[in-house]
Ligand binder design. Structure first.
Ligand code: 13P
Length: 248
């Protein structure tokens, strides 16, 4: 039985005061039946890590450099995230792939950096609307997942969370139906299973894209949906906590 996982990706929202209030409310709530992670903007990570110390809440960066260290102005390394107390990190979020042109190879290198430094990578995959309408959904998500399997090896998936985030459902209010999401999750799991059935059975594959308190339970009830990566609804403690409750 896979334990459910719920993450809150705050993207570039909020302020130091908001971050502190939000983390405080999440730490205080009883979410022990599900693995919970929060992904605040970089400047707020240190304080969030301090506030979550001693709790089961993991704190993570929204991105990580594919490089170990060096002259890469503006980048943050996996070692630095670890150094301030992070336990996890997003890799390959569609907003990074889209606006920063991150390639599958770069995303795989980011996942590898995270693993090297003891962070749980949350590997994001997902197709655009054009790709879905063009009948290329399976090809795209399988290419994105395959790049990480090829670079990091299947055994790495014992420590990776996979997030399926269809680009057309992010921030649009247009959620994938539970059946649409389940279809892709099953595809991703069978791709993992073709390398290692045991690892495929234990890897968490979570859904992201307009998850709200009102639709979370139905999504999380699908056989291959092991929780969610939440954007907009993660900015309100009550909404985020009710989504965590739907997973628990
Ligand atoms: P929304 O929940 O706002 O659609 O965002 C999803 C997402 O991108 C989480 O990483």
């Amino acid at each position: 039985m896979r334990r459910k996982w719920v993450g809150g990706n705050w993207k570039m929202h909020g302020s130091r005061a908001m971050a502190s209030a939000l983390v405080g409310a999440i730490v205080e709530a009883k979410t022990d039946t599900v693995d919970v992670a929060v992904f605040p903007p970089f400047p707020y990570l240190r304080e969030a890590c301090a506030a979550c110390a001693g709790s089961r809440i993991a704190v993570g960066g929204q991105d990580v450099s594919e490089h170990e260290s060096g002259a890469f102005t503006g980048e943050v390394s996996a070692a630095m995230l670890r150094d301030v107390g992070c336990g996890t990190v997003l890799a390959g979020h569609s907003e990074r792939r889209q606006y920063h042109h991150e390639s599958d190879g770069q995303v795989a290198a980011k996942v590898a950096q995270a693993l090297t430094h003891g962070l749980t990578p949350v590997l994001c995959v997902g197709e655009t609307l054009d790709e879905r309408d063009g009948g290329r959904m399976a090809e795209v998500v399988s290419r994105q997942l395959g790049a990480v399997i090829a670079h990091c090896g299947i055994v790495a998936f014992e420590r990776i969370v996979v997030a399926y985030e269809p680009v057309w459902a992010i921030g649009t209010g247009r959620t994938a139906s539970p059946a649409q999401a389940q279809e892709v999750h099953a595809l991703l799991r069978s791709q993992l299973a073709s390398d290692d059935a045991r690892i495929a059975g234990s890897t968490r594959i979570v859904y992201g894209g307009s998850v709200k308190p009102g639709n979370a339970a139905e999504l999380f009830a699908q056989a291959d949906i092991d929780g969610g990566l939440i954007g907009g609804a993660a900015l309100q403690a009550t909404d985020f906590l009710s989504i965590c409750a739907a997973a628990g």
